[in-house]
Design a protein around this ligand. Structure first.
Ligand code: B16
Ligand code: MG
Length: 217
């Protein structure tokens, strides 16, 4: 039996915009202040991962131990640098096809939601000028359990008033694709099919997907 798709839920970093580059710069600056460095390759492991967990991973790479209180201070320091950078973002930084695909969803009656781990998603959406293209926004401020737990996407579906099986999630992170599948949703991976093996379909970007393809999933 095929289920009608009624909504699309989008991850933010890596799907709508590439904020990973700003996260990397800010985390790298923090690591450097602590006396070590990490590579762009290691940074891949931080994509889609919460701020707290990212810090734990980075401290582990540097072999540095910090108290819970110190970790809060370090995460805040990093976030302040990150916010300085995202405050400079412009609409030119929207990834190819993202705005057009969001508009196409709305024009064909599909509901749209954001489902991001970031606590800064509103700042980013406002800076790039597309906050008005989402019917619901669920982000790191609203969830208690990180991806691959489906909480963020289930809350998105609930806010839109649609069943999980009627949703397609767009995700660039393995844990995000798993979260969608764990929630009983369809998943479109943005990236490489070799990496996002659990997705129902993998494309290189939202410029490579059409509403017709989504409805046939
Ligand atoms: P913040 P997404 C994620 O965004 C990023 O990929 C990840 O690198 C970041 O640590 C996380 O947001 C939390 O972001 O520090 O702004 O709360 O891919 O879930 O949209
Ligand atoms: Mg992402």
């Amino acid at each position: 039996m095929t289920t009608t798709i009624k909504a699309c839920i989008f991850d933010l970093d890596g799907v709508i915009v590439d904020t990973a580059v700003y996260h990397y710069k800010a985390w790298k600056r923090l690591a450097n202040e602590l006396g070590f460095d990490f590579t762009e390759h290691q940074n891949e492991q931080l994509k889609g991962v919460s701020r707290t967990r990212s810090l734990e991973l980075i401290l582990g790479w540097g072999g540095v131990t910090k108290t819970a209180e110190e970790q809060v201070e370090l995460a805040t320091r990093k976030n302040n640098w990150y916010v300085e950078m995202i405050n400079q973002m412009t609409p030119a930084e929207i990834l190819p096809g993202a705005k057009e695909f969001l508009e196409a969803c709305r024009n064909t009656g599909l509901k749209t939601a954001l489902g991001s781990a970031s606590k800064n998603s509103m700042t980013i959406l406002n800076k790039v000028g597309i906050a008005n293209l989402f019917d619901a926004i669920v982000d790191g401020n609203h969830v208690t359990t990180p991806k691959p737990d489906p909480e963020v996407f289930l809350k998105g579906a609930e806010a839109l008033g649609v069943a999980p099986a009627e949703c397609v999630v767009f995700e660039d992170a393995i844990a995000g694709v798993q979260a969608a599948k764990n929630g009983g949703m369809k998943a479109v991976g943005i990236g490489s099919p070799d990496v996002l093996t659990e997705a129902d379909l993998v494309v290189s970007g939202l410029d490579k997907v059409t509403i017709e393809t989504i409805k046939e999933l």
